[in-house]
Ligand binder design. Structure first.
Ligand SMILES: NC(=O)c1ccc[n+]([C@@H]2O[C@H](COP(=O)([O-])OP(=O)(O)OC[C@H]3O[C@@H](n4cnc5c(N)ncnc54)[C@H](O)[C@@H]3O)[C@@H](O)[C@H]2O)c1
Length: 339
């Protein structure tokens, strides 16, 4: 298939492009390089042994999006591009509605105009908000509590409404839980920009000695060790789900949402212990105040993806962290400084 991938040089996009190229698809990537670098293209091609096309475009520009989709005429769109940090979305909501919602509407409009009838969209478990029913299934209510979560829920609504109006359209919203890890080749992974917002990139920087210690936000939650529990899932498993999902969107019509997680919750202290095992570094931490808005426990029920996509994520936390660590150690100091 000819697949247009937005956010193709970002963390999850780049791993997915590798999977698509390895399965023989023709990939046209697009990114504005606001949170990634064009040289990722070379790394993707090195791992997969296949060429890809990469276009620079800010998807908030409606005419540019229309011209791109009109000229590429893809069979399917996989849409990753956007911003992904809850805290940043609270302080800069307009950027989130622009990059996550306006850009998605531009893409949806161009897909409709040019007859691109398969769309896979990067959604997030943040659409569920502070989930009260565990494990979190797709039947949980959609009650996002941040501009980021609302930007994902709004985009799902736009795509779902379009699928209701256009019989041929197939949309699959994949709601990721907490992607971590890196490609096992050790040269492709996440390069955090500035201070990391997520736990594992932070743990890795403490392990490398770039930061003196980790702050653990609260140890008095109603969990076995008092720290927050999340569902960490290997980025390569997430990438594989997208490649498999292309078959699904070829066969089915309408809008569907599926969780992507392992179904296993891990506490912050479990992650620190596993990271100590993998890196053989001390990783000091300090317990600090809870962060407002952090739910105690969030983990997925991913039976729908298992049933429809025949997809399951490997819950081996040590393997995820080992792959992440291998990539961290391969990162050049220039790349680190550039980010
Ligand atoms: N990583 C996670 O923890 C996580 C969890 C759930 C959902 N998601 C979603 O998955 C998607 C991919 O996440 P990621 O971790 O790869 O993020 P990322 O920041 O690594 O990649 C996003 C890419 O989109 C590009 N981009 C941003 N705005 C753009 C625009 N207007 N035009 C063109 N390109 C633009 C960035 O340059 C970047 O390369 C995002 O939509 C995110 O919300 C991520």
């Amino acid at each position: 298939m000819r697949v247009l991938v937005t956010g193709a040089t970002g963390y999850i996009g780049s791993h997915t492009v590798v999977e698509l190229l390895e399965r023989g698809h023709d990939v046209i990537g697009v990114d504005d390089f606001s949170a990634s670098v064009p040289s990722v293209q070379g790394t993707i091609e090195q791992i997969s042994g296949q060429p890809m096309t990469l276009v620079q475009l800010d998807l908030r520009h409606r005419d540019g999006v229309d011209a791109l989709i009109g000229s590429v005429q893809p069979d399917a769109l996989i849409h990753f591009a956007g911003r992904k940090f809850v805290g940043e979305s609270v302080s800069d909501p307009i950027q989130y509605y622009g990059r996550n919602v306006t850009a998605s509407i531009n893409l949806a409009e161009a897909c409709q105009r040019h007859g691109v009838d398969q769309i896979i969209f990067s959604s997030s478990c943040t659409v569920y908000g502070e989930a009260t029913i565990l494990p979190v299934s797709e039947a949980n209510p959609i009650m996002p509590v941040s501009p980021y979560g609302r930007s994902k829920a709004m985009t799902e609504s736009v795509l779902s409404d379009l699928a209701a109006a256009w019989d041929d359209l197939s949309v699959l919203a994949l709601r990721y839980f907490n992607p971590i890890g890196a490609h096992p080749a050790g040269i492709l992974g996440e390069v955090p920009i500035g201070e990391p917002n997520n736990l594992l990139p932070y743990v890795m920087q403490v392990a490398r000695g770039e930061r003196p210690e980790l702050s653990v936000f609260g140890d008095d939650y109603p969990t076995p060790d008092g720290t927050c529990i999340r569902d960490y899932v290997h980025v390569v498993d997430i990438a594989k789900a997208h490649a498999i999902a292309l078959d699904y969107t070829t066969r089915y019509r309408g809008f569907e949402a599926m969780n992507l997680g392992t179904g296993v919750g891990r506490s912050v202290l479990e992650v620190i212990r596993a990271a100590r095992d993998v890196t053989a570094r001390p990783i000091p931490y300090r317990i600090v105040e809870r962060r407002p808005g952090d739910a105690a426990r969030v983990y997925a029920q991913a039976k729908r993806a298992s049933y429809h996509l025949d997809w399951e994520a490997d819950p081996d936390l040590h393997r995820m962290i080992a792959d992440h660590w291998r990539f961290e150690r391969s990162l050049s100091s220039e790349r680190r400084l550039a980010s």
